[in-house]
Write a protein that binds this ligand. Structure first.
Ligand SMILES: [Zn+2]
Length: 218
C-alpha cells in the first residue's frame, strides 16, 4: 500500500500533471503530504487535549500547493482524527479527495488564503479564557509582556453576515482574531505557527483573567 493510500486519499483524483510529472516528483509529493497529514492530526490532538475544542469543534487547514488545501472535515473530533478523516479541497472549496464532508467554515479559510498568498495555515479553536474576554471588548490588548510583544492586539469580530470578511480582514494584519463568544482564528506560515498564536492568545487571556480576579481590582 502506498503512502498516499495510507494517508486515506485517492491520488488518482489529483490532476495528472501533479501526480505523475516524474516518479521522483510523485514520491516527494507523497512524502510531503504524509508529513502534512501527520502534522494536522497532531495539531488536532493538541488543541483537543488543551480543552480548546469540545465535541467536534474547531477546524484546521493548510496549503498543499497554490491550488489545494488539506483540511479537517465537519463532524469529527479533532482530538481523534485518522488520515482517513482528512479531505483535500481546491481554492474554490470543492472537495477533490477524501471521504468525509467538508466544513462550511472552509470558506472562511479560503477567504484568508485568497487574500494573502503567503499565509499557509489557518487554525480555528475555542480557547475559553479568550472567548470569555471577547464578550467585553472590541479589541483584546494583552497586558503581559509576551502577549504585547507577539500579538500586540487582537481584533474581536461580532458574529453576523460580515463575519467571514471581517475575520479575514483582521488576519491580514494580525496573527489571530477572535469571533465574539465563539473562538479564535490564527494564521501562520506553518500549522505549528498558527497553533502558536492560539496558544499565545489563550495564555495572555488567562493572565488577564487572573489579573482581573486579584483582590482590589475593579
Ligand atoms: Zn468554532
Amino acid at each position: 500500500m502506498s503512502d498516499m493510500m495510507q494517508a486515506g486519499f485517492d491520488y488518482g483524483a489529483l490532476p495528472v500533471e501533479l501526480a505523475v510529472k516524474s516518479r521522483a516528483a510523485a514520491e516527494r509529493i507523497k512524502l510531503r503530504l504524509k508529513r502534512t497529514v501527520e502534522d494536522i492530526i497532531e495539531i488536532g490532538r493538541h488543541v483537543y487535549q488543551k480543552g480548546w475544542v469540545a465535541a467536534n469543534d474547531g477546524n484546521i487547514s493548510v496549503r498543499l500547493d497554490s491550488e489545494r488545501l488539506l483540511c479537517t472535515p465537519t463532524g469529527v473530533s479533532k482530538g481523534m482524527m485518522s488520515p482517513d478523516d482528512l479531505i483535500i479541497v481546491d481554492m474554490k472549496g470543492n472537495k477533490i479527495a477524501g471521504k468525509k464532508q467538508r466544513t462550511s467554515e472552509i470558506m472562511m479559510h479560503l477567504t484568508v488564503y485568497n487574500m494573502r498568498p503567503d499565509i499557509r495555515a489557518v487554525v480555528h479553536a475555542h480557547p475559553r479564557h479568550a472567548i470569555a474576554l471577547s464578550f467585553e471588548t472590541a479589541t483584546f490588548v494583552p497586558g503581559d509582556l509576551e502577549g504585547q510583544l507577539h500579538l500586540k492586539e487582537v481584533p474581536v469580530v461580532a458574529a453576523g453576515p460580515l463575519q467571514v470578511e471581517q475575520i479575514a480582514a483582521g488576519l491580514r494584519n494580525h496573527l489571530v482574531v477572535l469571533l465574539r463568544g465563539h473562538g479564535a482564528y490564527a494564521r501562520g506560515q506553518t500549522l505549528w505557527e498558527a497553533l502558536h498564536w492560539i496558544t499565545a492568545l489563550e495564555e495572555s487571556a488567562h493572565i488577564a483573567w487572573l489579573r482581573a480576579a486579584l483582590p482590589g481590582r475593579e
